[in-house]
Design a protein around this ligand. Structure first.
Ligand code: ADP
Ligand code: MG
Length: 238
């Protein structure tokens, strides 16, 4: 499961409408990328889906159920933040287990899920370390591990690689794509980096000033950009 549907969603901050009426469907299992220049509303859109911001009007459906007024923790979505937000005094194991302990899950089930997540993320040998003893890429994986153990219907990433240097970014990009293959869950990934969008996405959503300029596969956008903004942004001829 993990189909997400936005129907005529708008968002105002005060009097400023940053998202005019917007319709969008993210299919189950899809890797969708929201791309566009800084300030175009990518984070806002992701936060509306996550429930971290209330929409002004419209409706959000998750797996066919109206989730518009469902609080973030009950939407079954996991947000992976830009900053790692790991607990420095806790081991990797405890950091990953944290949301499950909060939910008072049985210890045996917690152990099982943490081991499984660590295995998928190649963190098995690092479970007893503290975040300070890890590389940037490993810390990023711990943050993702903390999302995986909750077995969410979808993962939401907001520019998760922007703190990493260029070489590490390429590696992490491949790791996240692999993770999508392994877990086969819906992922929505926000970036201002067109290369990231073109290499990772099943579906690209190009945004400008809160408006969707085009939705399509990387190849569709490259071959048939709808306008000069999309062409310029994706770097395709028009
Ligand atoms: P992006 O993630 O694409 O850089 P954002 O979603 O952060 O863009 O911002 C979209 C627009 O909404 C910007 O004009 C920004 O200034 C505005 N905005 C975002 N959050 C708030 C807020 N909490 N209050 C007022 N304006 C906001
Ligand atoms: Mg942003």
């Amino acid at each position: 499961m993990g189909r997400i549907q936005l129907k005529q969603v708008t968002k105002k901050f005060g009097d400023v409408e940053v998202i005019p009426p917007l319709d969008l469907t993210i299919e189950d299992g899809e890797f969708a990328v929201f791309v566009g220049p800084s300030g175009c509303g990518k984070s806002t859109l992701l936060r509306l889906i996550a429930g971290l911001e209330d929409i002004t009007t419209g409706q959000i459906e998750i797996d066919g159920t109206d989730a518009t007024n469902v609080p973030p923790a009950k939407r079954g979505l996991a947000m992976v933040f830009q900053s790692y937000a790991l607990y420095p005094h806790m081991s990797v194991r405890k950091n990953i287990a944290f949301p499950l302990r909060m939910a008072k899950m049985e210890q045996a089930e917690i152990d099982k899920r943490v081991e499984a997540a660590a295995s998928v993320l190649n963190l098995t040998d690092y479970l007893d370390r503290r975040p300070g003893q890890l590389s940037g890429g490993q810390r990023q994986r711990v943050a993702i591990g903390r999302a995986i153990v909750r077995e969410p219907a979808a993962f939401l990433f907001d520019e998760p690689l922007s703190n990493l240097d260029a070489a590490l970014r390429v590696g992490m990009r491949m790791e996240i794509s692999e993770l999508h293959e392994k877990l086969a869950t819906t992922m929505i990934y926000v970036t201002h980096d067109q290369v990231e969008a073109m290499t990772m996405a099943d579906k690209i959503v190009v945004l400008q000033a809160g408006v969707i300029e085009q939705v399509g596969s990387p190849l569709e956008l490259y071959r048939a950009p709808r306008n000069l903004f999309v062409a310029g942004f994706i770097g395709s001829p028009k």
